[in-house]
Write a protein that binds this ligand. Structure first.
Ligand code: C2E
Ligand code: MG
Ligand code: MG
Ligand code: MG
Length: 287
């Protein structure tokens, strides 16, 4: 052990491998500290009506405020949190923080709109999502109608029967169900209807195609008309340009979310936005 094969291809103690293992275990240790020291915060990104720019709802997005590293985006720690099972505890924190924030906004008299939270497949596999979310709602006195759950297509396809029961429990709490990153997985619209999903959140890869090619627009149009025919709403993710917004309005897309409207922001800034109600001027003409 510890030798290479003479051609420099294999060494048992590969320094890069051990470096990455060390980095992984350091990250894991840091994540455990983050849970204990409450270093997680939620940022909020608004969703608006493409016809008039009115605030309709928002998404809670997890941020890790590390004392030395600064703001760590979820893409850098959610995968490890999932593979280690820490996502179960972190997911519970997310539910609690989102409900606490809704309750705080409510007591400030802010005009309330529903807040969606992201729930990963690992959380659903444990079967604890409905109880945990019901407990968070009750703890903060928040009605289920003010919370929505986002679940990716791939997460829903893994164990349909178990997830079907959990989704039914969430629905009984008055919680609307969103299919996140729609179009990137392999679910059919009939499966999604069977699971009684309320809203399709079309992945931003498809939004990016709008206006670039005729196919891009036709594809989106097909999703909107099928979703509507099946009684589901449509949210476009990653809307960055007025041209995309104008096309989406023409297609009858129900809500848009993206940097064009606003980037995810801390709760205090979001409260200011909530007072404005109309977040962008959709009357601006596309050149
Ligand atoms: P997602 O749920 O699909 O969230 C949308 C992501 O797109 C967010 O990235 C958001 O900041 C970004 N985004 C929004 N508008 C635009 C735009 O116009 N252009 C571009 N290029 N990007 C835009 P973020 O916050 O880094 O989150 C990444 C992913 O991490 C999320 O994807 C979600 O899968 C996961 N995540 C975030 N918060 C949580 C959480 O609380 N729990 C779990 N399990 N996963 C979470
Ligand atoms: Mg999401
Ligand atoms: Mg998404
Ligand atoms: Mg995503």
């Amino acid at each position: 052990a510890g030798k290479n094969d003479g051609k420099g291809r294999y060494r048992f103690f590969d320094p890069t491998l051990s470096n990455s293992l060390r980095a992984r275990s350091r990250l894991k240790q840091n994540l455990m500290e983050a849970i204990e020291d409450d270093q997680f915060v939620l940022h909020y990104q608004p969703r608006v009506d493409p016809r008039d720019g009115r605030l309709l709802s928002m998404e809670a997005l997890l941020r890790w405020q590390h004392p030395a590293l600064g703001m760590v985006p979820p893409g850098e720690f959610i995968p490890l949190a999932e593979s280690t099972g820490m996502i179960l505890r972190i997911g519970e924190l997310v539910m609690d923080k989102a409900c606490a924030q809704v309750a705080a906004w409510r007591s400030e008299g802010a005009p309330l709109v529903p807040v969606s939270i992201n729930v990963s497949a690992r959380q659903f596999q444990r079967g604890l999502v409905p109880q945990q979310l019901a407990a968070a709602l009750a703890r903060h006195g928040v009605p289920g109608s003010l919370v929505e759950v986002e679940i990716t297509e791939s997460a829903m396809m893994s164990d349909q029967d178990a997830i079907l029961a959990e989704l039914a429990e969430l629905r009984a709490l008055g919680i609307k169900l969103h299919v996140d990153d729609f179009g990137t997985g392999y679910s059919s619209l009939s499966q999604l209807q069977r699971l009684r999903m309320d809203v399709l959140k079309v992945d931003r890869a498809f939004t990016a195609e709008l206006g670039k090619s005729n196919e891009g627009t036709v594809f989106f149009q097909a999703i909107v008309s099928m979703a509507h025919a099946l009684g589901m709403g449509v949210v476009a993710e990653g809307v960055e340009t007025m041209e995309q917004l104008a096309i989406l309005r023409g297609l009858g897309c129900n809500e848009v979310q993206g940097f064009l409207v606003a980037r995810p922001m801390p709760a205090r800034e979001m409260a200011q936005m909530m007072k404005r109600r109309y977040l962008i001027d959709t009357a601006v003409r596309v050149a």
